[in-house]
Design a protein around this ligand. Sequence first.
Ligand SMILES: Nc1ncnc2c1ncn2[C@@H]1O[C@H](COP(=O)(O)OP(=O)(O)OP(=O)(O)O)[C@@H](O)[C@H]1O
Ligand SMILES: [Mg+2]
Length: 562
Amino acid sequence: MPKLALGLFALVLVDVMQLCIPWVIKWAVDDLEQGVATTKSLFNYGFYIMLLALGMGVLRFVWRFLIFGFARLVEMNLRNRLFSHLLTLDKPFFNRTTTGDIMAHATNDLLAVQMASGMGLVALIDAIMITIAATSLMIYINPTLAAIAILPMPFMILLARFLSRKLHKHYKKVQEKFSKLMEFTRSTISSIRLIKAYNQETSQTEHLNTLGKEYVKHNLKLSIIQGILFPSAIFISNISLLLVLFFGGRLTLNGIISSGDFVAFINYLLMLTWPMIAIGWVTNLFQRGATSLGRIRNLLNERPVIKNISLSNKLLKLSGKIFFKNLTFTYPGQSRPALSDINLKIGQGVLGIVGRTGAGKTTLCNLITRMFPVPDDTLFFDEHDVNTLPLSLARGMIAYVPQDVIIFSDTIANNIAMGRPGASIDEIQKAANIAAIHNEIMKMPNAYQTRVGEHGVKLSGGQKQRITIARAMLLEKPVIIIDDGMSAVDMETEQAIIKSIASYIKNRTCIIVSHRLAQLVDVKEIIVMDNGRIVAQGDHEKLLKQNSFYATIHKQQTNSQL
Ligand SMILES: Nc1ncnc2c1ncn2[C@@H]1O[C@H](COP(=O)(O)OP(=O)(O)OP(=O)(O)O)[C@@H](O)[C@H]1O
Ligand SMILES: [Mg+2]
């Protein structure tokens, strides 16, 4: 803050110095007119002007440095707040907001706020100072002439305001188009392999071209308005100049004002053109900044749907028992429930979940991991309604292997240790062993230090899956959920993983979602889901006898293996 004040002070000093220059010129011209000027005095006047210019140069540097530095700080603080806030938001928010939107907030909107708090602030102060001072000096020289000269100025402000309102409208459109462009580029790059495999390069390029054209179209409209603004402002200021030349010239001829006054007056008038444009421009800059700040504020006002509760009893530890009571769940914005009447007790040991695609298996896992809000009195961890538990406590008891594998562009070791950054290499290797991936990692060029590329492009599908399993194993949590986490590994590896997990999970709760029934033959408790409901429950033998869907799938899968 003291720096900002110092910067503003320097800015004001520059303005004062700028206003002194015409006055020095006035002295010189008056001396010339009265015939008292000497080479030496003229040289002195020139020297003063040079000194003033030098001082202005130095001070301009000072205010730029201090005030723009301030604007960068504002931007940085806002960016940090935005980022840490985004991390608190939950799945319902990310389901409806695209990455492109968020990126637009993080780039364009922040830039607009930065411009308003830097350039905008400077231009406004500058414009106000110069306007007041130059007008006062003009009035001091000759009030009538000043009134005549200022006559066309209100038109300039009105014009600038009218056009800046239009600017604002198109600027909003430009922002929207920019969001779309960003989102499209991001999604294309992140699914590049798919796009190549489907030969969609040309159509993607064409679509980008269409989006790009719209972006350019609105930008052009913006430029047109800006293009009208400046020339018309200069036109109006020229009308003022014309009036001053005419009336001021007459006053000078009649000896009412001196030639020096006349010259100084014209200089002050010319000085007014920029503030008049600036006022229009600054209004626009502030409006942009305000819109952008509004957009950022909306984002900052987003609250996670899932209420987080802080619990005084920090010692509470969950053992991993999960209980669903008459739970019906509908995704936000959907009309049909994804889960209906779920009654289920999950305790230590393995629970298998099978069911057609779209049956609701992942949804069930999403609710246990507290990604979406559940109604009160429907889901319990140990004996506690989850809505009364802090999220960190609830999530802290679960190690989750999601259906969509997520691998970071980092080393294998760091990918496995993601949930426990301090884990030792021994612990990491142990987890990799359980997930039956250790031997393969050792064969890689840099073993655990091998970098896997973006989204793990250098790994096979099965390797990625097992790395995410190892990541969950390392956490040693009371609950492990593996959502279809072995679909990309062969039967043999799968059996090996299941065996090693079996010993690991002795005193834990383990939920395995699988499309392959063979994986679950030894599991004591299996639920079959269909259409969001649990339609059967029991061990393999019981289900084989009692559930026709289970029996059919089993038959198909065993036949296809023969
Ligand atoms: N984020 C979401 N928003 C709205 N609807 C969703 C969302 N995720 C899933 N659904 C819908 O909920 C239903 C259950 O989906 P879910 O992902 O739980 O199925 P699943 O049993 O895991 O299927 P799969 O075996 O293919 O993984 C589907 O009809 C799906 O369209
Ligand atoms: Mg699923």
